[in-house]
Design a protein around this ligand. Structure first.
Ligand SMILES: *[C@@H]1O[C@H](CO)[C@@H](O)[C@H](O)[C@H]1NC(C)=O
Ligand SMILES: *[C@@H]1O[C@H](CO)[C@@H](O)[C@H](O)[C@H]1NC(C)=O
Ligand SMILES: *[C@@H]1O[C@H](CO)[C@@H](O)[C@H](O)[C@H]1NC(C)=O
Ligand SMILES: *[C@@H]1O[C@H](CO)[C@@H](O)[C@H](O)[C@H]1NC(C)=O
Ligand SMILES: *[C@@H]1O[C@H](CO)[C@@H](O)[C@H](O)[C@H]1NC(C)=O
Ligand SMILES: *[C@@H]1O[C@H](CO)[C@@H](O)[C@H](O)[C@H]1NC(C)=O
Length: 477
């Protein structure tokens, strides 16, 4: 345990030069479906905006000099057109264009010309607002996705104003000049507002977690390993995807291998998961001493003809019932190395090696050691997604037992090996396969639901492709 603590203290996360173990690809189809939701989100924001005050001066010749101020400007209605969004390779980002936005505003005005003062309320309509914004995607020091506004251009097509109240002729008198002045001011306000919106999104990203507590034993690290890669047709993120033991976080003696998740334009989202991620979980359980168990007779299925006691094991180990007549036994099973998963085209192969220590349970409850076996086993599994659940099946490829140490003299292990293998194949695997056939619900969030997910096992990684349905109500709440 002390060693673990020391390792944990010395453990400094350096992701330099590593390969991502999880790749996430957002395709153009995914971007376009996200666009619709984003448009709704912006519309929602727009409807609650209070614009900054506008003040200015209009000089016509030497004589006329009118100062004005518009305050409490609020949006009463906006007619937000569906924006167009595309991947923008040049800036490694996204380009968003809005064309023909119309906005109705209301507020108060005051104006003065020399000693003549006027004031009241106004209505204003902005027509044909065009905005083009380019946002660069990056990776911040903490491994989170970052957004930076790199370019913004705004143009206002036309505007209409109606002034109510006392001496509104003050402004009507110079309508042409006033419109021009106001138009410039409004155009200059749009890009700072867009930048603020982006900064707002960026602050949400800053709060995103890149490390998750999976259960009481494991954490999962998901920071970006490198900057996002934007092509003309997709956005690709490379995540660390490594599990760590809570009790004993240390680096495994293997690294993530490079792999390439194929881009599938027919799906919104593709995720590639390297076998490194699964093996980092296996390694974490192993290094925290969690891959061990005691097995006693009460856990053997009642249907089994062989019981875990010295009488019942007599046919396999002849001297056992003679030396320890009719005593219950217990087995300590533990992994001697971490089980290794390999993703092969179409299958998941698991190989594990472990040890079994057998004890006789004396009538006074003392455990007397009997022998120790070395066990190697190999399994092949298939995994797929059906009915929105992750399902699978497992078969055993090989199973070998050998005697490593004995307190009761040597004995042949062939018959014992055959019996154990039969027990696993007839009782343990059918139960496991029944569970795997029912499957596990796929991870979901309250913001999105997967549609038509497909999973295939490739050489070195699992490829997961899916469409998603974004649940808009939950995004706005
Ligand atoms: C117009 O002026 C009168 C007198 O100065 C004032 O009582 C009234 O509130 C003003 N109306 C508006 C809409 O400002
Ligand atoms: C067998 O294991 C179960 C569960 O771990 C335990 O409740 C029971 O007391 C054990 N029996 C013996 C004989 O050790
Ligand atoms: C051991 O198993 C046999 C069946 O194989 C059973 O008859 C016997 O009662 C068991 N002994 C103990 C101590 O449980
Ligand atoms: C328990 O019983 C065994 C065998 O009868 C004996 O060797 C051992 O000393 C006993 N242990 C205790 C703590 O009584
Ligand atoms: C078990 O089977 C796997 C292939 O299924 C093979 O690679 C491995 O060498 C076998 N192990 C033993 C001990 O036979
Ligand atoms: C186990 O033994 C039985 C009969 O003794 C034999 O038919 C069977 O093929 C053996 N199984 C294995 C896996 O060796």
């Amino acid at each position: 345990m002390l060693a673990c603590v020391l390792i944990a203290l010395a453990f400094i996360s350096c992701d330099c030069g590593k390969n991502p173990a999880i790749q996430v690809i957002l395709t153009n189809k995914g971007l376009q479906s996200g666009r619709h939701v984003a448009a709704g989100w912006i519309q929602e924001k727009l409807d609650h905006v209070t614009l900054p005050d506008i003040s200015g001066e209009i000089r016509v010749g030497f004589l006329l000099h009118i100062g004005y101020k518009l305050t409490g400007i609020t949006i009463i209605k906006s007619d937000f057109p569906e924006p167009s969004v595309e991947f923008y390779q040049g800036f490694s980002g996204l380009k968003t264009s809005i064309e023909g936005l119309n906005v109705a505003l209301t507020g108060s005005w005051e104006a003065h010309c020399g000693f003549v003062h006027g004031g009241g309320s106004f209505d204003m309509a902005l027509f044909g607002v065009d905005v083009v914004s380019i946002v660069q995607l990056g990776r911040d020091a903490g491994g989170r996705l970052s957004l930076t506004s790199v370019n913004c251009n705004a143009q206002l097509g036309d505007l209409n104003t109606h002034f109510y109240g006392n001496r509104s002729w003050l402004l009507c008198l110079v309508e042409g000049h006033f419109k021009k002045n106001l138009r410039g001011q409004i155009e200059n306000m749009i890009c700072p507002a867009v930048d603020e919106l982006i900064a707002n999104l960026e602050s949400h990203l800053k709060d995103m977690r890149v490390n998750f507590q999976v259960n009481q034993d494991l954490t999962l690290d998901l920071p970006l390993i490198g900057p996002p890669v934007v092509s003309a047709s997709s956005l690709q993120l490379g995540l660390k995807g490594q599990f760590y033991s809570v009790k004993c976080p240390k680096e495994p003696p293997f690294v993530a291998m490079p792999f390439a998740t194929p881009e599938q334009p027919a799906y919104m989202l593709s995720v590639g998961l390297s076998d490194f991620t699964v093996n980092s979980a296996s390694f974490s359980y192993f290094s925290a001493d969690l891959l061990q168990a005691f097995i006693n007779d009460s856990m053997i299925p009642p249907s089994s003809p062989v019981r875990l006691n010295t009488t019942s094991l007599g046919p396999f180990i002849p001297q056992l019932p003679k030396m320890f007549p009719d005593l219950l036994m217990t087995l300590q099973i533990y992994a001697t190395n971490f089980p290794v998963f390999s993703f092969r085209s179409g299958a998941v192969v698991l190989s594990s090696s472990g040890a079994v220590k057998a004890f006789a349970i004396q009538r006074n409850a003392t455990l007397t050691p009997l022998f120790k076996l070395h066990v190697d086993s190999g399994f092949t599994g298939k995994v797929w997604v059906a009915d929105g659940r992750l399902k699978g099946s497992v078969t055993m490829d090989n199973f070998t037992l050998s005697l490593e140490a004995t307190e009761i003299g040597p004995f042949k292990t062939d018959a014992l090996e055959n019996m154990t293998q039969t027990l696993i194949e007839r009782t343990i695997l059918p139960q496991l396969n029944e569970k795997l056939a029912t499957g596990f619900a796929l991870p979901h969030t309250k913001h999105a639901q997967l549609v038509n997910p497909v999973l295939t096992v490739e050489e070195g990684f699992v490829a997961f492709n899916s469409d998603a349905m974004l649940l808009e109500d939950t995004i706005f709440n």
